[in-house]
Every structure is written in C-alpha cells, then in structure tokens.
Design a binder for this molecule. Structure first.
Ligand SMILES: Nc1ncnc2c1ncn2[C@@H]1O[C@H](COP(=O)(O)OP(=O)(O)OP(=O)(O)O)[C@@H](O)[C@H]1O
Length: 247
C-alpha cells in the first residue's frame, strides 16, 4: 500500500538562531488511517511539525508528500482542504456561528451540509448554541469545538489537531474524543493529534510519535510505547507524569 503521508529528512531551524534546529532528520510514513498521538516536552517542535504538514509553514530541509506529491506539486487550496490543521487557539472568522460553519464550504465552493453540521454540534455538546450569535463572543472551549467542526465539514483525509481539547471540561472532552474515534472509522481519516494529556493519548491513539532530542525519537505502537519506551528521554518523560500522579 502506498503511503498517504510521507515525511522525509525533515528539518526546521530555530527562527531566532539559524545555527540550531528545532528538529532535524524526521522520517515517518503513514499508510493506514489511524490516530497518532504526538507527545514530547514543551518546545520540541510539535506545533511546528503540524504547521509544516498543513503547509502553513515550510521546512528548511526535507519534504512532505501527500499521496506521493510534495506541497509544491499540489494546489495550495487542495492541500489545505485535504490536510486540515486545527490550532489550539481557535481563530473565529468575523460573523456568526453559522457564518463560521459555512466558511469552509464557501471557500472550497462546496454545498453546506447543514444536517452534518447539526449532527456534529450535537456530538460535541454544543446542542443549544445560538447559530445567530457572534462567534467572537464564544468561550474558549466553544471556539475550540466550533473550529474542529469547521474542519471536519471539509472531510479532510488528514486531520492535524493541536491540543484541541485543552479548554474543555471533562464531559465535552469525552464527547470530542468519541466523535473523532467514530469519525476516523467512518471516513478512514488519518488523525495526527498533539496532546499533553497522556491519558488522552492512551485512550485515543494506536500509534505514538514521541519528539525529543530535536527529532522524532520514537515512532511506535501506542501500547508498546506506554509499556516500554525504547529511549531514556521517553522513559523520563513518562516517569515525570506518573510521579506527578497526573495523566
Ligand atoms: N514564529 C516563531 N518565532 C520564534 N520562535 C518560534 C516560532 N515558532 C516556533 N518557535 C520556537 O520553536 C520551538 C518549537 O516550538 P513549538 O511551538 O513547535 O513547540 P511545541 O513542542 O509545540 O511546544 P509546546 O508543547 O510548548 O506547545 C520553540 O522553542 C519556539 O519558541
């Protein structure tokens, strides 16, 4: 099976110091639609990696191929429709909740799927939200869920999630996790999910990318990563969580 996404010798310099790398020598390939949890300490370049995969940023070395072709071989709009990035700080477009839900279909000249939008709003615990309300005035957690739905409505083949449940209460988080697991199964979507919550990574992912020492240090099945990481850096990372008694 040919890979849907292939990352080859990827490197990004530190913007403030061109001699040093945020990360270097990242190689990975995805053939099966699965949920990959991206873990690692702060500043290891997890968000930078997602931004490069989504074509919002460019690598300094190496290449990313979606279905065998690099960013430059794709039309930018088509790449972004298929490889969708959902940021931690959800950005609302000016206008109402409904304007925001309709924005992707307008940009990509597709029909707005109102039924699907309503279904998704229900699934993420936003059932009573006023579609005529100003999107800017939503809470952080409401914005996060609306931004996620906006991306799902495009039915991307690859979904890049950057700490998208960080502002959610436990129940809403559970709803989002369940939705994304169902979604992957139904639409065969590959989901690459940066999270700082180990319990969340355990619940949702079948594979882990662990970033450390300025590279992709481990690329493993989630079970085996959590049971026995193969690097000292990852062992220390997991130990720090268990020592805190946190997730
Ligand atoms: N636009 C930028 N200007 C300056 N430095 C940047 C920029 N973007 C990223 N960096 C630096 O690159 C490094 C990696 O940042 P990035 O946000 O990708 O890490 P991260 O692993 O996602 O961190 P966290 O877990 O804290 O969100 C950091 O040292 C950050 O300061």
């Amino acid at each position: 099976m040919s890979p849907i996404l292939e990352i080859t010798d990827l490197a990004k310099y530190h913007p403030s110091a061109s001699e040093s790398y945020i990360f270097t020598n990242i190689n990975a390939s995805i053939t099966e639609p699965e949920i990959i949890a991206v873990l690692g300490g702060s500043g290891q370049g997890k968000s930078t990696l997602l931004r490069i995969l989504s074509s919002l940023d460019r690598p300094d070395e190496g290449a990313v191929r979606f279905k065998g072709q690099t960013v430059d071989e794709w039309k930018p709009r088509l790449w972004r429709m298929n490889v969708c990035y959902v940021a931690q700080q959800a950005v609302m477009l000016p206008g109402t909740v409904e304007d925001n839900l309709k924005a992707p279909s307008k940009i990509h000249q597709q029909e707005f799927d109102r039924k699907l939008a309503e279904h998704l709003m229900n699934r993420v615990n936003l059932v009573g939200l006023d579609w005529a309300g100003n999107a800017e005035q939503l809470s952080g957690g409401e914005k996060q869920r609306l931004a996620l739905i906006r991306s799902l409505l495009l039915r991307p083949q690859i979904l890049l999630l950057d700490e998208v449940t960080s502002a959610l209460d436990a129940y809403s988080k559970q709803c989002v996790e369940a939705l994304l697991q169902d979604w992957r199964e139904r639409y065969s979507t590959t989901i690459i999910w940066v999270t700082h919550e180990l319990e969340q990574a355990r619940r949702v992912s079948s594979r882990v990318w662990f970033m450390g020492a300025n590279t992709l240090l481990e690329d493993r099945a989630a079970d085996s990563f959590f049971q026995a990481p193969s690097t000292e850096t990852a062992r220390k990372f997991l130990y720090a969580f268990s020592a805190q008694g946190g997730s």
